[in-house]
Design a protein around this ligand. Structure first.
Ligand SMILES: NC(=O)c1ccc[n+]([C@@H]2O[C@H](COP(=O)([O-])OP(=O)(O)OC[C@H]3O[C@@H](n4cnc5c(N)ncnc54)[C@H](O)[C@@H]3O)[C@@H](O)[C@H]2O)c1
Length: 333
């Protein structure tokens, strides 16, 4: 796929909002490697300046700043819009979430309407499905967001499609499912369950799981998510479409914890603690046939392989266990 990507991105001017964060940083990194001229916009709410890849220009600022967004969008041919308040921040402060996740997205779309962007890729979330009536979840299944975060991610998506239908804005949406992998730092207060579990096992402590651990998720390796995101930016058939980005494989949080023990080659013990308000989704696994069929995308990395790579990265970077940080159950965004 790299040949196709090089041809598509070499020399292109690309804006990545949220590019100091986990997924945005990986998208920006790959684009730099492919020869794109990358600008990262991030307010460093959870992102870190060192995540911005060498070779990218970094602008510290917020997607809520319409004038700044107007300038940045006007300078670029492609926009990857990943900046967002995460589910924990959103649950604590829904208004702030609204202003960034919905208001910031509207700002990006308003700016793009005035210029000639080739494509905007919006990062949505499978959390918008809520508790599905059947699994695996298809893109056109019922959407019942159960958290302010899920509402705002869906609001952003709705605005994208409204701008596509009303103004012909070239957008494509990806609905990510529990992305994990190297770069997902456990010192981010909301880093996702894989990193949290790795941090817990680091000092031999038991893995704390919210609830009974039988809640399930579809865990997606970061490189696979980046591939799907880049394809959505360039594939002619991706315009005006939304794609589930997952694996189609359902894994319980208990299973995940045991797999992490195997990836680290250490015995792990599990302890079950109270469930959190944000852990209100029981099962989630998505159907990825649409992305397979239309984008010719398929995940390349199994959960076992992905956890092994993440464990190596985790050890190399030397993250210490964060015993004081609240443990997390399955990430629901
Ligand atoms: N990681 C996942 O499993 C997952 C799942 C579903 C959807 N998503 C979506 O993918 C995107 C990236 O998520 P992530 O996991 O990398 O999270 P992250 O928190 O690591 O990255 C989000 C980035 O956005 C930045 N940001 C927040 N508010 C901003 C603002 N007002 N202006 C500019 N920048 C701002 C943060 O500083 C951070 O760098 C988000 O849109 C998220 O909703 C992620």
């Amino acid at each position: 796929m790299n040949g196709v990507f090089e041809q598509a991105f070499r020399g292109r001017r690309v804006l990545v909002t949220g590019g100091a964060g986990f997924v945005g940083g990986a998208v920006a990194q790959r684009l730099v490697e492919l020869g794109a001229q990358v600008t990262v916009l991030d307010d460093l709410f959870t992102g870190l300046p060192e995540t911005v890849p060498n070779g990218a220009r970094f602008v510290q600022g917020s997607v809520t700043d319409q004038a700044l967004i107007n300038d940045l969008v006007a300078e670029n041919a492609l926009v990857f819009h990943l900046a967002a308040r995460n589910i924990i921040a959103s649950t604590k402060n829904p208004r702030d979430d609204f202003e960034t996740n919905i208001g910031g997205t509207l700002n990006v779309l308003m700016a793009a309407r005035e210029t000639k962007v080739d494509r905007i890729v919006y990062s949505s979330s499978t959390s918008i499905y809520g508790n599905p009536r059947s699994i695996p979840i298809n893109e056109d299944d019922l959407l019942i967001p159960l958290t302010p975060y899920a509402v705002s991610k869906l609001g952003g998506e709705h605005y994208c499609f409204a701008f596509y239908e009303s103004y012909g804005l070239p957008i494509g949406c990806v609905r990510y499912s529990n992305i994990y992998g190297p770069g997902q730092r456990p010192d981010n207060p909301y880093c996702g369950v894989v990193s949290k579990f790795l941090a817990m096992t680091d000092d031999g402590a038991p893995i704390s799981i919210h609830g009974d651990g039988e809640q399930t998720r579809d865990f997606t390796f970061i490189d696979d998510a980046v591939d799907a995101t880049l394809l959505t930016a360039i594939h002619p058939r991706a315009e005006g479409e939304v794609f589930n980005v997952g694996t189609g494989i359902e894994t319980s949080v208990n299973q995940l914890a045991r797999m992490i023990g195997r990836a680290l080659d250490i015995p792990v013990t599990l302890e079950h603690i109270d469930r959190r308000d944000v852990d209100n989704i029981r099962r989630r696994v998505v159907n990825i046939e649409k992305a397979r069929r239309m984008l010719r995308w398929a995940p390349q990395i199994t959960l076992e392989q992905g956890l092994a790579r993440t464990a190596i990265w985790f050890r190399e970077t030397g993250f210490a266990a964060e015993r004081d940080a609240p443990a997390t159950g399955a990430a629901t965004h």
